[in-house]
Write a protein that binds this ligand. Sequence first.
Ligand code: GLA
Length: 496
Amino acid sequence: MKILASFLLLAATLAAADLTGNWVIAQPQGDGTSRRTYLNLKQDGQQVAGTIRITQFYYTIKESSGGPESFTLIAAMMDGHSERRVTYQVRLAGDELHVTTTIRGGAPGPDMVAHRAPAGEGAYPARIAPPALHKVPANSLAKTPPMGWNSWNKFHGRVDDASVRGIADAMASDGMKAAGYLYVNIDDTWQGERDAAGNIRSNQKFPDMKALADYVHGKGLKLGIYSSPGPNTCAGYEGSYGHEAQDAKTWAAWGIDYVKYDWCGARNIYTDEEMQAVYQKMGDALHAAGRPIVFSLCQYGRADVWKWGPEVGGNLWRTTGDISDRWPSMLGIFDKQVDLAPYAAPGHWNDPDMLEIGNGGMTDAEYRTHMSLWSILAAPLLAGNDLRDMPSPVLDILTNREVIAVDQDALGKQGRRLSQSGDQEIWIRDLSGGAKAVVLLNRGADAARMTLKWSDAGVRGKPKVRDLWARQDVAAGGPEFSATVPSHGVVMLSFR
Ligand code: GLA
């Protein structure tokens, strides 16, 4: 009798403590959308299986422990050739499921509450087979590296219609536009939900994209936007998966001039080997939409994108992971460009990511270095700071016409490393008309005397030399040129 009673109690407890079902955590984002996490769980006694979908990620539960009401779940997914793992703690309390994630082996994150959701809601979409490969016709844009501004580095999710208009106003009037900056690019978090016909809509932060495009065009500038080939963007907003042609048409109708297309949620559906076909799909869609739109590939330099970027109609492609506003991040990205010079040419560029100049994490000398290195690389120059509120030294760095002229040189040849010795490096770039530019870079903690032999730079005789930051002609010296280069600084020259 006693045994039966305890058995019944245990059975009742297990039945009551069942996590089986579809659960959703909905966190409002202040723009009419919610960040939604779906836990689709199946409890079998002391075991829990199922999937967890959060922002751009879709995990399968691999291990569970604990029970009957509190579990530790270890979930995993493949991301290219590597596996991502995440640990969740879940606890059933009445009608609620309390969820915490352990972030990078550290302390548990905040307590989140999931509620039961209808079966099938938030289910991951089925795979659409990628198309066969072919060449997308070139769009004849970006003959020199694109210049402009992008919202992400400074604003992240805080970008909205008013800030974009303010940036366009500033860019048009403060010398940025006059120096060549043209594109005003909205990054992630502008997206709302699709309408019943599947058309993408902007969220409450952007009440009318067409009106915003008209406004930006009225300033003589161009407007850019952002999406992903996956169902979700990196920030978890709506991506273009299965809506590529429709979205390209919508953007064209709004008057969009530039699209950054970020791999993000596509990682759950496609392998790195399929990236080219997936990007080709949007390249075709933009071509068919019939409006000149710069196509910016963002997949962090995976799958040797520089070898196939032009095939899919790409005008630029990111070569690395995200930059941050710190000297080691900027230099670490720069170092990864060393072998990529052969892949840059008018119409398609290596993109070492947006500028951090003016965001506060580096000194002015370091920001001058950032500007010089990006220019010797023929990199896109997309300012990433708040142009509405920019101290004059920052504006001076971003608008140095002589440095920009190197970046924008019509020959379109990316610079290469000429020599390296300890913390000192010399980079050289061929310019049109037989001219050249060099950057003398000093990574060291102390100022350093650096010397360029004119014969190493391919110069015979005495060149005419210009110091691009001092903005003055300088003496070529004898067979070599010497200068003291400040710590973390550069001397940048052009000569012919
Ligand atoms: C990725 C990209 C960034 C930015 C964010 C937005 O991390 O590499 O440049 O677009 O997504 O979520």
